[in-house]
Design a binder for this molecule. Structure first.
Ligand code: NDP
Length: 304
């Protein structure tokens, strides 16, 4: 197990319930400060760390963390599919996603580890509540078909947009993702389609554009090739699941298409909202996310 210095647990803290964000990389994650703020706000005693997992040793790292007394963890890039396979029980939204971002290490006698996925609830709350942009009837483009995109597709469908197109660098993964959501989409009257990155808007621009790739995280820039045809409609909303300055290149690029009346969100709102859902799963109490989002945003901006 490897955790950063902010995660080193003193003997006093060792007695507290332990949680972490597990991924690779995790150094950029704001999850520890978000959960620390939730704990203070709700009067819960816990410690939340960063858990850097070697790419070939996610399971071993998690088992080591559990052996050290951990109660749960968030799972981030690129381990959400592995976390799905590790869970002994799944919530319906995690089962639909085929990906897990929240593990609760319940004892065998209580049914074993529970896998949930709070990413979709977080993203939709940020778009509809925080950005006041209802998804109903909109045409949505989701770029990416990794763990994060898998986690949000079910919730996006449940918000009943008119259509969702999923495009990915590996187009077969986008196709598999929509196939696994086909029945759910039919139930909600949502048209699903999928394709490669260079076929992002075959029927014209979308009203909502979501970057669910890790391109901004890795510094690879805008994940779509420049075809000259706009993918985002005038006045549309662009979201990058990455947050802070790393999301700026994608959001600036999208702004040029949406123009005046357009809106942009980095992934900080989604992060705080999905964290609030995870906190509820672990602790049985839902924190107030708005005040924490405002605080974390202030700190992120003053650090930039
Ligand atoms: P995964 O590793 O599971 O998936 C990565 C995805 O990005 C794949 O679709 C991959 O395509 C695509 N991709 C990677 N690099 C490029 C590139 N240069 N150009 C085009 N596509 C690329 O990661 P996750 O899905 O778990 O995470 C994706 C991002 O979302 C991360 O930045 C993560 O930090 C962020 N995130 C934010 C959250 C929040 O709360 N704000 C919550 C969850 C995630 P391919 O399939 O072809 O490899």
């Amino acid at each position: 197990m490897s955790a950063d210095s902010s995660a080193s647990v003193s003997s006093a803290a060792a007695a507290l319930d332990r949680y972490a964000v597990a991924g690779n990389p995790v150094a950029h994650s704001r999850s520890p400060e978000i959960h620390a703020a939730f704990a203070v706000q709700t009067g819960q005693s816990l410690v939340y760390e960063r858990l850097l997992c070697p790419l070939d040793a996610f399971e071993a790292t998690i088992r080591g963390f559990v052996a050290a007394g951990a109660r749960g963890c968030n799972v981030t890039v690129p381990f959400k599919f592995e976390a799905f396979r590790l869970a002994q029980r799944l919530t319906p939204r995690a089962r639909l996603a085929g990906a897990v971002n929240t593990l609760r290490f319940d004892a065998e006698a209580a049914g074993g580890w529970l896998g949930d996925n709070t990413d979709g609830a977080g993203l939709v709350a940020d778009i509809e509540r925080n950005a006041a942009r209802p998804l109903r009837g909109q045409r949505v483009l989701l770029i990416g078909a990794g763990g994060a995109s898998a986690g949000v597709l079910g919730s996006l469908i449940a918000a009943r947009p008119a259509a969702i197109r999923v495009v990915n660098r590996s187009p077969d993964k986008a196709l598999a993702l929509i196939d696994s959501h086909r029945a759910w989409a039919d139930q909600h009257g949502v048209a699903l389609s999928a394709g490669p990155l260079d076929a992002a808007a075959p029927d014209g621009p979308h009203e909502v554009l979501i970057n669910g790739t890790s391109a901004s995280l890795s510094g690879a820039g805008v994940p779509l090739p420049e075809t000259g045809a706009p993918v985002l409609a005038r006045g549309g909303l662009a979201v990058d699941m990455m947050y802070g300055p790393s999301a700026a290149a994608f959001l600036d690029w999208a702004d040029a298409q949406s123009g005046p009346g357009g809106a942009r969100r980095d992934g900080l709102g989604m992060l705080v909202e999905q964290a609030a859902e995870a906190f509820l799963v672990w602790r049985g109490v839902r924190p107030d996310s708005a005040s924490v989002l405002a605080d974390v945003r202030r700190r992120l901006e003053s650090a930039a």
